[in-house]
Design a protein around this ligand. Structure first.
Ligand code: XMP
Length: 318
């Protein structure tokens, strides 16, 4: 019978045999899949696993620093690369959702390729691909790996793509990945994290992206997500986040008229992201969250809640 322990033991033994003294590079995203893949590989080959965690400047508030620390605490050989400026430049003035995704994907590949080149004699690329990614020809919900795949059709592959591929999770499902991670002692909070898209907050900022908009959305998102955790709602929701709309609305503050941004909150129930229902969050929670956001985040004077299911509405707004 399959148990998380036996899977982990067998996989580590197989990785040892397969990789020997070879060097492996892996892109960590902060998500469950790449983290569990990294821990398995770390058990098998230790310092010969070179993890790269890229800050694209589009992560949640403080996420780069805190997740990097967490990875270091797990004993991973990880390098944090702050490439925010490069991503921001690649996105400047771009309004089209698909072009934004392409710009981010390309910037990621450039940064990853640069970093992979700094590792001497690396011969393998590890990916956190899981079984659903394998069966879906085009994965939308992978981290770095999905972006790498979508780059195949662009031609002129970067050098790191010539590496041999190792995918320790390619035969198992997400819930099994979580159980394997738990059996190896990976932090519950990390294993229970909501899915987060590779392009990050860029596809939750409608229209063009700049640093100020990212800052505003990070504040709003942090209030929403921390609130869900405080109210015991985080684990009841499959995915949640906030969208920054490209419109201003009129409001009042004291006896001043304001003309500021609108944010939309979204929380969904789903099993695989292919279909989703909006979550009936308690009114009291929504009320508190809305007040907190409007009182604490400068530049936002209105909060709305998204009550659309997928299909036809997608989870992300772009
Ligand atoms: P949609 O918005 O298509 O999202 O209903 C379904 C799931 O996929 C995630 N998503 C992405 N993940 N790159 C990713 O890595 C992307 O470009 C991307 N677009 C959407 C989304 O967060 C949700 O979990």
């Amino acid at each position: 019978t399959w148990t998380p322990n036996s899977f982990a033991e067998t996989t580590v033994a197989n990785l040892k045999a397969q990789l020997g003294d070879d060097k492996v590079v892996l892109g960590l995203s902060g998500g469950v899949d790449s983290s569990v893949a990294a821990v398995l590989l770390n058990k098998a080959i230790g310092k010969n696993l070179y993890c790269i965690f890229v800050n694209n400047g589009l992560l949640r508030k403080n996420e780069f620093e805190s997740v990097l620390k967490q990875y270091e605490g797990m004993g991973l050989n990880v390098k944090g690369v702050d490439a925010s400026a490069r991503f921001m430049k690649a996105l400047a003035g771009e309004k089209d959702p698909e072009k934004k995704r392409k710009a981010i994907g390309n910037a990621f590949i450039e940064v990853f390729d640069d970093e992979a080149h700094k590792i001497e004699n690396v011969t393998w690329l590890a990916q956190g691909t899981i079984y659903p990614d394998v069966i879906e020809s085009v994965s939308v919900n992978g981290g770095p790996s999905a972006k790498i795949k979508s780059h195949h059709n662009v031609g002129g592959l970067p050098d790191f793509m010539k590496l041999k591929i190792v995918e320790p999770l390619r035969m198992i499902f997400k819930d099994e990945v979580r159980r394997v991670g738990a059996s190896m002692g990976i932090d519950k909070e990390l294993l229970g994290r909501h899915p987060f898209p590779g392009p990050g907050l860029a596809i939750r900022i409608l229209g063009d992206v700049d640093e100020e908009k990212v800052r505003i959305l990070q504040e709003v998102d942090a209030i929403f997500i921390d609130g869900l955790k405080e109210h015991g709602l985080y684990n009841k929701v499959w995915q949640a986040g906030a969208m920054l709309l490209p419109v201003n609305s009129v409001g009042v503050m004291g006896d001043e008229r304001t003309y500021e941004k609108v944010v939309a909150l979204r929380a969904v129930e789903s099993t695989d992201g292919m279909t989703a229902d909006w979550v009936n969050l308690p009114y009291e929670f929504l009320q508190k969250t809305s007040n907190n956001i409007i009182n604490k985040v400068k530049g936002v004077n209105r909060v709305v809640y998204d009550i659309s299911s997928k299909p036809p509405a997608t989870i992300e707004w772009e």
